[in-house]
Design a protein around this ligand. Structure first.
Ligand code: 2U9
Length: 336
């Protein structure tokens, strides 16, 4: 038993030297000096030894207890004093550490702005899968196999007939298949195209497409809605210009330009001295598309439009390279 006491003493003194802070100090106190600690357990063992040995062993044990308490108090004072010193040596004149505040990515900001404008005009926000089948991405949109429009929308194949969507239009197909008109939705989201990467195109980008189908929906309404959007997005004095175009899923179709909001249409570097900036495409939904989703094309008409979020953000903020959006360079991102 005496040997055991000596061992505990040696360990106690050795460990005591390693203590660094108040937390370790407290754990150490509980371990050795606590009610269920090592020293108390030695006292408990006293009962088990022969009577004649008890006085001697008891005395040694009491000495250990006193010594332990004394050494512990010394260490405690030492640690407290050190802490006090650290406190005093705090230099409040040292400049604080700079904290970065997070912000939304410029594409998220642009997307949210576009969504807010259309939601305020009564559009609901719809979404769908980025991995699509050939039917929803092409066929139901009046783009059969071998159609030349497929060339411009070359994409990435997961397997035969399963692809990364090239536009968000399959979302509108899915919504129309699930309910009858009226349908008034926007479909924002990420789309993919197998493009040669350059300052103007990337293998993925974001679109917002819109669709309004009901009885008596007209091209005039489409023009009014897009003008209201452009005024809120680019400034109340902008004008729109509609140029005839072709898309397999709309007839008639148009490409839409906004008068340059930098120079007011007079001509500048941004609009390449033309006074107009192309912002989106649109048209009346082709009756063939209605056939695919089971809508009565004699009863219903609808308009649709589509825009690239990157393009809108680039025009709005004067960004000249699309790749900047995806590189996560702080020097770019912190400007928004
Ligand atoms: C359905 C029916 C019609 C969506 C439309 C465009 C015109 C268009 C381009 C703009 C720039 C794509 O991101 S971009 O390259 N889009 O010009 N999109 S009409 O028409 C639809 C969509 C879904 C069922």
């Amino acid at each position: 038993m005496i040997n055991q006491i000596e061992e505990v003493k040696a360990k106690f003194l050795e460990e005591l030297q390693t203590l660094k802070d108040e937390k370790e100090l407290e754990e150490f106190r509980v371990k050795y000096l606590g009610r269920r600690g090592i020293i108390q357990s030695l006292f408990d063992k006293l009962k088990e030894i022969p009577r004649e040995e008890k006085p001697t062993v008891g005395k040694i044990l009491n000495e250990l207890k006193e010594l332990a308490q004394e050494k512990f108090n010394e260490k405690k004072k030492e640690i407290e004093a050190k802490k006090e010193k650290v406190k005093i040596s705090l230099d409040l004149t040292i400049p604080g550490r700079f904290k970065y505040t997070g912000r939304k990515h410029p594409l998220t900001q642009t997307l949210e702005e576009i969504k807010k404008i259309f939601v305020s005009m009564g559009f609901e926000v719809a979404s769908g899968p980025e991995i699509e089948d050939d039917y929803h991405n092409f066929e139901a949109l009046n783009i059969p196999p071998e159609h030349p429009a497929r060339d411009m929308q070359d994409t990435f194949f997961i397997k035969e007939n399963i692809i990364l969507r090239t536009h968000t239009s399959p979302v509108q197909i899915r919504v129309m298949k699930s309910k009858q008109p009226p349908v008034r939705i926007i479909a924002p989201g990420r789309v993919y195209r197998n493009e040669a990467i350059s300052a103007r195109s990337y293998c993925l980008f974001h679109q917002v497409e819109g669709l309004y189908v009901d009885e008596g929906v007209s091209f005039a309404e489409l023009k009014g809605t897009l003008l209201a959007f452009a005024k809120q997005m680019f400034g109340s004095s902008v004008k729109l210009r509609f140029r005839p175009s072709f898309f397999p899923f709309t007839e008639p179709s148009a490409e839409v330009d906004v008068s340059c909001f930098i120079c007011g249409g007079k001509g500048c570097k941004v609009c390449k001295y033309g006074g107009w900036l192309e912002i989106l495409g649109c048209g009346m939904v082709d009756p063939n598309v209605f056939k695919f989703v089971g809508y009565d094309s004699e009863r219903y008409t609808g308009y649709a439009f589509g825009m690239g979020v990157e393009r809108i953000a680039m025009l709005k903020y004067g960004i000249d390279d699309i790749r900047l959006f995806y590189e996560n360079d702080f020097r770019f991102l912190e400007q928004f």
